[in-house]
Design a protein around this ligand. Structure first.
Ligand SMILES: [Zn+2]
Length: 49
């Protein structure tokens, strides 16, 4: 199932593929199906400050 390789980025509020995942949270899920996380782009932005 393709949906299993997606996660929900809490910063840009979009579903993204696991390949773009910078951080994955183990505590929360978006609509049960998708783990919450933060994509590499958002993680990079937050670190650049
Ligand atoms: Zn993001």
């Amino acid at each position: 199932m393709e949906q299993s390789v997606l996660f929900f980025c809490v910063k840009c509020n979009q579903l993204k593929t696991m390949e773009q995942a910078g951080i994955l949270f183990r505590t929360g899920y978006y609509r049960v199906l998708y783990p919450l996380g933060c994509c590499v782009q958002c993680e990079h932005l937050s670190r650049a400050i």
